[in-house]
Design a protein around this ligand. Structure first.
Ligand code: CTP
Ligand code: MG
Length: 608
């Protein structure tokens, strides 16, 4: 079944409001009529119910005394059956529409939340923990679903039952009706008193739940590290601490609930007994008929029980309210626009890139790039070299606008980068990230992930060959259909890197960014990839980050970074003539190579 249209056409950000009622009301857009039908059906059901008590009264007061019971009893019996049947039918319909409202809203919310989360900025995801987002998208969302399926309908139901039964009692005896609702303000007061307390406790509980989710998620992602360092006990203690805190807060929350119930019960039962007593007195005085009294006893239950439930509802609503706030905190975050920027070039980019005095910082206090200044012609290659943390990844992250630079200017084909829409730009750039990530899907799905169009088998194979991974894939029993990751054959680090490389190559981008893309590949394979890349990089601008001189020496421009600044620039020959980091690295690496060679021949007697 395809999801209903309103799942996608409503922008969930419209539900943002400081005023909770307005927020919930807006959230119900497209579902309000179902909600009202549900409440209306409830009214029908309540009316049938109340009528059956009035029928009791009629039977006792008007039919029994006539002595004509034998003739009329079947009609009365039929009346009861019809009322009960009607009540059942209405109640079923009400439930049906209520679930349509609540589940429909939950479906839309889940969808919107998921879509929203994946459109938030890189910076947001850098700072937000996955477990925190997970708990908002699951546990909080469920509390909102319950709010609509139980509490929102419940409120309508209670108000209706109260009104209908109050009118029915007033019809029997007005004085009795007024006495029967003395307890209402007390229950309302008590509920509001607990509402504040319980919502605070619930908020604390949800915060802790997010912490537990984060700990669990991190622990599962890092399970290899935990096992490798034998830190299971340590992790367990850490987790125990979090879940114990969860237990403690959960207990506090339930104790508050447990306190509320007996208190409200005392009030409710006091009211009922008082009501019975006053009613009985009226009967003895002769003001009230026996039939009316019988009807009253039932109606009073119907009037007061909802009051009792109102308390529960108000208290339960606090969870929905807290969860709404927590979800809206995420929804309120600005999405990263993919269509911003006034200048969308027609067709593909050429690829001339100019950095001019670019500075950048991830957060307010620590700049990571200072005055980065270089230019590259379309089709040329730039290599970035430098110690760890010197800012290489940061420089290339600016090109697809993963982050926006703080000052200076970057232009592509003469257009300021900020003016080029992110969506278009990212379509032109292929990135192999420093930490390769593969989805738990087949190898083919992972390679074709980079493009949205249909891809032929030949294209996939060509990309895999260029990344020197085709032969490896063919050794797997399922070939390109091999499942990667958790459920399938897990690839080695180097294989993973090459699959990711194939993914970027398949896209055939104008600008190619390879961040340490061959770090886990042996030198022979790297050579193979380099040859393929040299062919592929023709005509496109490419950025290569690597630690081995051999990988970067063929680049048209080599930039050496240190602490966020370019400290050396030029091609291999130029840099070799200069004193500086580049030659130091070159000497060091050649010395290591020589030593390895020497050791191999001297000690092991192996030719290299
Ligand atoms: N940094 C940060 N927030 C991020 C990523 C990086 O504050 N989301 C900081 C790091 O702490 C580092 C600086 O930015 O001090 C530069 O990081 P990066 O550009 O990733 O360094 P690289 O040169 O790529 O280092 P490596 O060789 O280790 O990949
Ligand atoms: Mg890096």
């Amino acid at each position: 079944m395809t999801p209903p249209k309103q799942t996608y056409t409503y922008d969930i950000r419209n539900s943002l409001s400081k005023n909770l009622f307005r927020g919930f009301w807006r959230m119900m857009t497209g579902f309000r009529h179902y909600y009202f039908i549900a409440v209306l059906m409830l009214a029908g059901s309540a009316l049938m119910n109340t009528s059956s008590f009035l029928l009791v009264r009629h039977f006792v007061d008007n039919i029994l005394p006539t002595g004509d019971v034998a003739r009329l009893a079947p009609f009365v019996g039929l009346g009861f059956v019809l009322l009960a049947g009607g009540q059942g039918l209405f109640s079923f319909l009400s439930g049906r529409f209520a679930s349509k409202t609540a589940e429909g809203l939950a479906l839309r919310l889940r969808d919107a939340m998921y879509d929203h989360i994946q459109r938030l900025s890189f910076t947001y995801h850098d700072n937000m923990q996955t477990g925190e987002l997970l708990s908002r998208a699951t546990s909080d969302l469920d509390a909102i679903r319950r709010f609509f399926s139980e509490q929102a309908i419940g409120v309508g139901r209670i108000l209706l039952l109260f009104t209908i039964n109050f009118i029915a009692i007033a019809f029997l005896n007005i004085q009795l009706a007024l006495i029967s609702i003395i307890v209402v303000p007390f229950i309302a007061g008590l509920s509001f008193f607990f509402f504040g307390r319980i919502s605070r406790l619930y908020e604390h509980l949800q915060e802790q739940e997010a912490k537990v989710a984060t700990t669990l998620q991190e622990n599962l992602s890092g399970v290899r590290v935990v096992k490798a360092f034998n830190r299971q006990d340590y992790e367990r203690v850490k987790f125990d601490k979090e879940i114990f805190e969860h237990y403690r807060r959960g207990r506090g929350f339930l104790v508050m609930h447990a306190l509320f119930w007996p208190l409200s019960d005392v009030l409710v039962f006091g009211q009922i007994i008082g009501g019975y007593f006053v009613g009985a007195t009226l009967v003895i005085n002769g003001t009230l008929s026996i039939g009316s009294y019988l009807a009253y006893v039932s109606l009073l239950g119907q009037l007061i029980n909802p009051m009792r439930n109102l308390g529960r509802l108000i208290v339960d609503m606090s969870t929905g309210v807290v969860s709404y706030k927590r979800m809206m905190e995420v929804i309120g975050q600005e999405q990263e626009s993919l269509v911003d920027g006034s200048h969308k070039p027609d067709g593909d980019l050429h690829g001339d890139i100019v950095f001019k005095d670019v500075s950048f910082q991830y957060n307010a206090d620590t700049p990571v790039l200072y005055d980065v200044d270089f230019s590259v012609k379309a089709g040329q290659s730039v290599a970035l070299l430098g110690s760890t943390g010197s800012g290489k990844t940061s420089v290339v992250s600016l090109i697809p606008r993963f982050y926006d630079y703080t000052s200076g200017s970057i232009t592509i084909d003469g257009i300021e980068l900020r003016d080029i829409p992110r969506g278009y730009l990212r379509g032109q750039v292929g990135v192999v990230e420093q930490e390769p990530f593969l989805f738990s899907r087949t190898i083919r799905d992972n390679i074709t992930f980079s493009v949205s169009r249909e891809v032929s088998e030949e294209e996939v194979i060509a990309a895999a060959k260029a990344a020197a991974v085709h032969d490896v894939i063919m050794t797997f029993p399922d070939g390109y259909n091999t499942l990667v990751g958790e459920r399938g054959v897990t690839l080695s680090g180097g294989q993973k890197q090459r699959v990711v490389l194939a993914r970027a190559l398949l896209k055939n981008p104008r600008i190619l960014i390879l961040d340490d893309a061959t770090s886990s590949v042996d030198s022979e394979t790297e050579d193979e990839i380099r040859q393929a890349l040299l062919r592929l990089m023709k005509g496109r601008t490419s950025f290569i980050i690597a630690h081995r001189i051999q990988t970067v020496m063929h680049a048209d421009l080599i930039l050496v970074f240190d602490k966020g600044r370019i400290v050396q620039r030029g091609n291999h020959n130029q840099l070799m003539r200069e004193e500086g980091i580049y030659r130091q690295i070159f000497d060091l690496q050649s010395r290591i190579d020589e030593e390895v060679e020497k050791e191999a021949t001297d000690v092991l007697g192996l030719p290299v």
